[in-house]
Design a protein. Structure first.
Length: 297
């Protein structure tokens, strides 16, 4: 059997760099038996590990949410990320994937405190996709659990929702509604524009604190735009002049149809054009805290 190219990629598993084809974990790893773990996806734009402190802060808070002690210092984590990029030379933008599970135990819901976590990290290309003409989305009841602020690996609801969206006229995303209120997308945060005000749901246990979301709130406010973190009900979503979704590997994406109905005039709106400009400029000129080439281990 031929090894696929991606299986030759060098990944990091529990202290060692090795080809993906050789990275193995136990079937009793709780990530496998219970989905008992958390993850991060960090984009790397032109060698800059983007907003790395924010991503590692979120990883730390997800781990705390599951009471997992990764036992690896932040400096060590950063050096692993840099080393992964060094060992997998690539020309385009990359994404770093980090996963920490509680580790290997007898299959039992109850865990002991002294389990050694499993830590896996890899990098791969960010697929270039042009969303500038806008994307179609569906709405759906938010069928996920109530700890959505934790970036947990147990993503079954999101997997079903994204596939349902795809099966519905090739939609990119499902925007989720809980008790009549917009929470977020199955794998993105949501912004709307109504009467010149930009709004995004406030952060609570129903929403993942998206790094791109937080960055956009910051950039929009710095630029003098009105941007509110507030409740958004389903009707406001349906009647919005603009809708955007945000995420690390997609950026800021305009939505042009919601459940088959046009948003605004069915084209990306003027506020989105400004937001995209702010985001793209920041990607190039923003503070680059961890450049692959600068990092000395
Ligand atoms: C549920 C959910 N919300 C929001 C986001 C966007 O977060 P970020 O901007 O940090 O990628 C993601 C990203 O995967 C997600 O899975």
């Amino acid at each position: 059997m031929q090894t696929q190219d991606f299986m030759l990629r060098i990944v990091y598993l529990n202290g060692a760099f090795l080809p993906l084809s050789e990275a193995k974990i136990s079937v009793l790893d709780r990530g496998f038996t219970f989905g008992d773990g958390v993850y991060e996806v960090i984009p790397v734009f032109n060698g800059n590990i983007f907003r790395v402190e924010d991503h590692l802060n979120r990883l730390a808070s997800s781990l705390a949410g599951l009471n997992i002690n990764i036992g690896i210092s932040r400096d060590k984590l950063k050096s692993i990320l840099v080393e992964l990029l060094r060992r997998n030379p690539a020309t385009g933008n990359q994404q770093l994937y980090l996963q920490v599970t509680r580790g290997v135990t007898e299959r039992d819901h109850i865990y002991e405190d002294n389990v050694t976590p499993t830590f896996f990290a890899m990098c791969k290309a960010i697929t270039k996709r042009d969303f500038s003409a806008g994307v179609c989305v569906i709405t759906h009841e938010d069928i996920r659990w109530k700890y959505c602020h934790i970036k947990a690996t147990a993503l079954l609801a999101s997997v079903l929702l994204k596939n349902l969206a795809k099966a519905t006229a090739n939609c990119l995303e499902a925007i989720l509604i809980r008790n009549g209120m917009v929470t977020e997308g199955a794998s993105s945060n949501v912004f709307i524009v109504a009467d010149g005000i930009i709004k995004t749901p406030k952060k609570d246990n129903n929403v993942l604190p998206g790094i791109t979301r937080d960055l956009m709130v910051e950039l929009l406010r710095d630029s003098g735009s009105l941007c509110q973190e507030t409740d958004i009900n389903e009707q406001e979503l349906q009647q919005a002049d603009e809708i955007w979704i945000t995420g690390s590997t997609i950026g800021v994406v305009p939505v042009v149809t919601l459940d088959g109905k046009k948003i605004g005039d069915g084209k990306p709106g003027r506020y989105w054009h400004q937001a995209r400009e702010l985001y793209e400029t920041y990607k190039v000129n923003g503070p680059h805290t961890l450049q692959q080439r600068d990092y000395v281990v």
